[in-house]
Design a protein around this ligand. Structure first.
Ligand code: PEP
Ligand code: MG
Length: 589
């Protein structure tokens, strides 16, 4: 942190998404619910604590009743879940026990509620029945709602912010970031977060500048402070002096001009200087992003991260709701293809209603396909919606986080069940669509040839490949300096995956953020990759790089690069060899 005489503070963080914005700070406190234990509470206070608890229950229950009233009565199973919650507010196990604990143990209401709900959770987790285990979701949700009233903490509603501001938060989950309204929010900064975290991916799709991993920087920002967010270099400036402000206003204008220039050419095809055509597709998280996909000249959607539709809700969507959303995208993109990836939740993408069990190591836990295989009904609902939408367009099905052959065999069995159900229900669908797996876990790289026997294509997910092979939590700013796509280990894994796909004659696409950085393009194209899917905002700059690239030179470069032994040597080599064509403007220079 650098503080000047004028009071200007400069803090370095991690680039979350490129670009520069200048505006007023708007602090969003997401530190969560800070619960303290008060013990012993006096005899006179016990009835007051019980009363406080009862009032919180009644407010939370009233709120919940309003939610139910406002819902469509055709929600079937989901409505049943919400109605179950109404009963749980006064359930003996939660309500009765909390009151008993306050009075027997003489502790405050919050602490008693936390104690009881944890006990209930662990009891359910020991039951050897997935359905009953899943009921723990209900307990968690109900107790969270009561807790919010007890501590006076309400969910932040980013979608409700109605000023042109820069959000300042300790942390923003990917679900929070996906609520950002472009016309209101100029950019955001967070203390937490790492490179290629899902929060940074959302910021890139929204094309708003962000700086993450600022440590405790947000503590030194007050509401309405003037901020400069330089997302390209990962710098935050608080209360800039006149000269700095002037300098950054000029840089901002230059960056916008540069970006507009790239975007003007974006409709041109991605053909290298020596005439090789490459396929550039887009990654999307939300239905609203499809317009940008076309604007930036993508030839299809190579990764649709479907989990954001779930994260934005407070309950599981129905098959018809999913179909309706998928159809909007598929019809808009038709005849171009859309690769729909099945639910990849948990890890850093959580929502209390989705989380069945508190995991110590969520990134290594019941994430993605593992969650789906453990929750067959939820998986079948999604597969049915995907097969139904496949009757209307060119769809591919992609399964995330596969780590062994057994998983893909199980997935296929469940796909068959979904197809049988659709046949039985006499619905229009197409179950005969290409099936692919994400190659993003090191074990999948090692067994890629075996996996290839079961699927039609691979999609390399470098974001998780880096996270899992180098043991770097992608959301953790403390280890972000190690998170490097050009690490020789990562390049070898990509090469192994490419070789396995080629040997087995299946298609290969790369959809991780690595593909969206022009610096990585010579090595990827030189290795032989031809299909890429990326954040649509990266397409213009990557196309510019491709149009200036010679594939013969790239192939030669790869021979050299594969003999180098560290990131520094590799990036120095690329910077030197390609200095004439690397588009540096994204870095704000
Ligand atoms: C990846 O891991 O590279 C990927 C594309 O998936 P996600 O970022 O959604 O984990
Ligand atoms: Mg991934």
């Amino acid at each position: 942190m650098n503080i000047s005489k004028s009071g200007q503070i400069i803090i370095k963080g991690i680039s979350g998404s490129p670009g520069i914005c200048i505006g007023k700070a708007y602090i969003v406190d997401r530190e969560g619910v800070n619960i303290t234990k008060r013990y012993p509470v006096s005899d006179a206070m016990v009835p007051k604590e019980i009363d406080r608890f009862k009032q919180a229950v009644s407010k939370a229950k009233n709120d919940h009743a309003k939610v139910i009233e406002s819902l469509d009565k055709d929600l079937g199973e989901n409505l049943n879940i919400l109605e179950t919650h109404m009963v749980l507010f006064k359930d003996k196990m939660l309500y009765g026990k909390t009151i008993e604990t306050i009075s027997n143990e003489k502790i405050n209401a919050e602490w008693a509620l936390r104690k009881v709900s944890r006990k209930v959770k662990s009891m359910f987790q020991q039951i050897d029945d997935i359905y009953l285990q899943a009921r723990v979701i209900d307990i968690v949700q109900v107790s969270d709602k009561i807790m919010a009233y007890l501590v006076g903490a309400q969910d932040i509603k980013i979608s409700d912010i109605n000023k042109r501001v820069i959000i300042v938060a300790h942390d923003l989950s990917p679900a929070d970031a996906s609520q950002i309204q472009l016309e209101r929010i100029k950019g955001f900064i967070t203390d937490r977060g790492g490179k290629d975290s899902h929060t940074s991916i959302i910021a890139k799709s929204l094309r708003i500048p962000s700086v993450l991993g600022l440590g405790f920087a947000t503590a030194s920002v007050k509401n309405d402070d003037i901020l400069i967010v330089d997302g390209s270099s990962g710098t935050l400036i608080v209360n800039p002096d006149e000269d700095t402000l002037f300098d950054y206003e000029a840089r901002m204008a230059k960056f916008e001009e540069y970006r507009a220039g790239l975007e003007r050419d974006s409709h041109l095809p991605a053909i290298t200087k020596d005439g090789i055509f490459l396929n550039l597709m887009a990654n999307i998280e939300l239905v609203e992003e499809v317009v940008a996909v076309k604007d930036y000249g993508a030839i299809g959607i190579g990764l649709f991260r479907t989990e954001f539709l779930y994260l934005d809700l407070k309950r599981f969507p129905t098959e018809d709701e999913l179909l309706c959303k998928y159809k909007e995208i598929v019809e808009f993109m038709s005849p171009q293809s859309v690769t729909i990836r099945t639910l990849d939740i948990n890890g850093d993408k959580v929502n209390p209603y989705l989380t069945t069990i508190e995991e110590i190591n969520p990134a290594l836990g019941l994430r993605a396909v593992r969650f789906c295989l453990a929750n067959e009904e939820i998986f079948i609902t999604q597969l049915k919606a995907i097969f139904r939408v496949a009757a209307f367009g060119n769809i591919k099905l992609l399964i995330p986080m596969i780590s062994c052959v057994e998983e893909i065999i199980q997935v296929k069995q469940i796909m068959n069940k979904a197809i049988l159900e659709l046949e039985h229900e006499d619905k229009i669908f197409n179950g005969d669509i290409p099936l692919g797996v994400m190659i993003e876990v090191p074990s999948a790289v090692m067994i890629a040839e075996h996996l290839a026997d079961h699927v039609d294509f691979f999609s390399i997910g470098t974001n998780d490949m880096i996270q899992y092979s180098m043991a770097i939590d992608r959301s953790n700013s403390l280890v972000a300096h190690l998170y490097k796509a050009l690490n020789p280990a990562i390049l070898k894994m990509i090469k192994m995956t490419y070789d396995a796909a080629k040997k087995k004659g299946i298609d290969l696409v790369m959809c991780g953020e690595m593909a969206g950085d022009p610096m990585n393009i010579p090595v990827l194209v030189g290795m032989g990759l031809t299909d890429f899917s990326m954040n649509s905002a990266s397409i213009p700059v990557v196309k510019r790089m491709i149009r200036d690239l010679d594939t013969k030179k790239a192939r030669k470069s790869v021979e050299k690069i594969m003999s180098l032994n560290c990131v520094q040597e590799i990036s120095d080599f690329i910077l030197e060899e390609y200095k004439d064509i690397l588009p540096f403007g994204e870095k704000g220079e």
